[in-house]
Ligand binder design. Sequence first.
Ligand code: NAP
Length: 329
Amino acid sequence: MFEFKLTAPGQGSAPSGAEEQLYDLIVLGGGPAGLTAAIYAGRARLKTLVLTGYLPGGQPANTDVVENFPAFPDGVSGPELAQRLQQHAQRFGARLELDEAVGVDFSARPFVIRTPKATYQGKTVIIAAGAVPRRLGVSGEERFFGRGVSSCATCGGFFYRDKEVVVVGGGDSALAEGLFLTRFARLVTIIHRRDELRATKIYRERALAHPKIRFLLSTVVEEILGDQTVSGVRVRNVKTGQVSTIQADGVFVYVGMQPQTELFAGQLALDAQGYIISDRRQRTSVPGVFVAGDVQDPLYRQIVVAAGTGAIAAMEAEKFLGEYPDVSV
Ligand code: NAP
């Protein structure tokens, strides 16, 4: 069992004076991108604060096994990888806070980051706030979310021992988590809106061969049904128009990710999907504010890529501080 040991907001060795709250670098986000940035920044001897959010570890913390992070030929559990990254960042001196930005001001340096417990100032900032699972937007989803509808099989899969579950989506997440759910459920029905799966071949092969998994292709979920608990989904075949009901005790929604950028709208340039726009050096539209990981990546969204952009962002922040060390405090 791996546990995060962070400083709770306003506790522990958290400094209180204005001077102490000034950091060379503030990293927003405690997933692979943010923690890799903190490793690099710590080794560069930058005074670094990481605001991890309240669920530290990023997406790996909710992932059963990571099979494609280099140097782990037998795979590594997502929570273990997340914890190793955290330890690695702390080893080089980064301060990790279980806290979350609720307001930012990038209009002047030092940049200001407000959390519910403190106000911090950063000479530079790296945004590594990640992405969160998208919702389907159908009737019944909100009502049952967390009570039979979920986007985290590793959190709730255990409750579906010998039950029937539905997974919505046709990408890597849907198939990987569908495969994970076969450990518990007696039947996993993967419902995908097209007749072709988006997931990579390795997941397609495993899922298609699995005796507990069945696919409903060219099918959309129109409603999540239930009274006190989820009882199934109403689906429509997009080719025939036929409507039917699939019995299910749980519904797992994996229809892609949405970048967490609401906080930055109006302060940084975002693209039409809400991703932060950056250049090859991870620079945003505001000099001194850099970005890394899924919050700027609609294409690859891999742990190793997130870590790589985190490293670039930290190296660029260090360079920026060398060129523009002065801030008016
Ligand atoms: P994704 O690749 O964007 O796939 C989302 C899936 O949901 C697609 O099949 C999409 O259908 C479907 N979808 C989207 N909106 C929908 C809607 N409104 N109704 C019904 N279906 C909808 O997202 P993901 O699977 O979460 O993967 C995200 C990224 O993480 C990817 O880059 C993936 O490779 C990566 N990932 C990697 C691993 C791994 O390598 N171990 C594991 C998990 C995730 P269409 O196909 O028709 O667009």
